[in-house]
Design a binder for this molecule. Sequence first.
Ligand SMILES: [Zn+2]
Length: 294
Amino acid sequence: MTQLAVKVDIDSLRGYREGVPKMLDLFKKHGIKASIFFSFGPDNSGKAIRRIFRKGFISKMMRTKAPSTYGIKTLLYGTLLPAPMIVPSDPGILVRAVEEGHDCGVHAWDHVYVQDELARISKEEFRSLFERSADMFEKLSGRKPMSCAAPGWQISQVSLEVQQELGLNYCSDTRGRKPFLPVFGGRSYTPVQIPTTLPTMDEIFGLPGVDDDTIGDIWLKGMDSDWNVLTVHAEMEGLSKIDVFDGFIEKAKKSGVQFRTLAEYAEECRPDKCEIIMGTLTGRAGTLAVQKEE
Ligand SMILES: [Zn+2]
């Protein structure tokens, strides 16, 4: 039986306000539950433009048609336009996701800041950023978030330590093959890592042979393991590519794929220890946290 968990990352105000409601409708239509990770605080998407100096960033922006995917305004937030707050702009969207039974957790307080500056963020600061998101989550939904997913698959000793201290049920910060207990920089940590196993749309879209008509089959063919995790973005699969995403879910259901959540994986898995290394992936600029090959 092929199992797939859909992991939704919400990076921006537009993704949250416009993409998430559409995705929730889609999940309801198909009768599936997803794992959804929210950016709570300021949308500083415009500052991501600093990544222009990083190898691979421009080609990714061109391939994915970033200005039309994210919207021109989004690309100016935090620079020419002030950074708007994401979840406070319409708390009902988060509440709806929780009430509809999705597995919800923390992506970031400030996505761009954490993704770009993590190496310089102290433990105290990381913890206080996480707690801001967690407090807002709890105030709105009545429960504490018990999971997180790192922005841009960036980790540090600090982020892993805080996750351990908070006693999270699982974290999805990495790319890899199957759930594992992370070892990083010679230290082991307890919250199980549930890695993303499939390439994301923004990594492969526009490469030779990858388009609206083929990407669903590429994902289906890529599902070889017991634990398949697909990360999608509210900004992309929730908006301009929602029909492509809809078609993929339809096809996956028809071919017998069982949709699960990361929380369910975390409960059922029997993870072994495995090292995390900082590696590179096709279509993604810079380095990211990868489960080491056995
Ligand atoms: Zn993200």
